[in-house]
Design a protein around this ligand. Sequence first.
Ligand SMILES: Cc1cc2nc3c(=O)[nH]c(=O)nc-3n(C[C@H](O)[C@H](O)[C@H](O)COP(=O)(O)O)c2cc1C
Length: 188
Amino acid sequence: MDFRELLKVRRAVREFQDREVPLSLIREIITDSCEAPSGGNNQPWAFIVITSREVRRRISVESKRNILALINAEPESALAKYKPILELDDFDVFYNAPALIYIAGPKTVRSAAVDCALAAGYFMLSAADRGLGTCWVDLGSAISSSELKEEIGLPDEYTIVATLALGYPVRIPVRPSRSDPRILKVVT
Ligand SMILES: Cc1cc2nc3c(=O)[nH]c(=O)nc-3n(C[C@H](O)[C@H](O)[C@H](O)COP(=O)(O)O)c2cc1C
């Protein structure tokens, strides 16, 4: 696929086919993600792959609960607009995607958030190139339960940077509009 075509098909996908993504394919996409640049070539990213629907469901419930608590504590928070949907019992923040990927970095590495976000960008493009859909789901990153963290293998020293739902898209969504680039100045 031509790069510009790839940019068009990489959309936030929120409807997935009921079809598993082979682990071997997920591994290939992760390998592509690691081609991302990183500060000092530190490559601080670490990946967690979850294909268990039952675990995914529990994470969705936990994350929704934590974000709702945050909204209730801070009603002016930018997250407050999600309250109505988060209160729906049957709303799965991961849109029933068959796979869920966390990209996490060590809390001690200064550039970890940027590095992991770059890896996430590569991940989403690699997945789109392979006919898969992704959605970065920040609403699915609020895990506070230490039991759950242990179950999914997230060490205390790591923080989640990117949460990606992954699966075969039902369709490629229409491109949401983009504002004109805000170029503050061209200095010649
Ligand atoms: C940091 C970040 C967090 C996001 N969190 C969510 C989310 O929690 N739920 C969701 O449905 N989409 C989420 N998205 C997807 C955006 O809504 C989507 O990328 C944006 O609307 C542009 O659409 P496009 O990706 O198709 O170009 C997130 C995207 C980013 C980059």
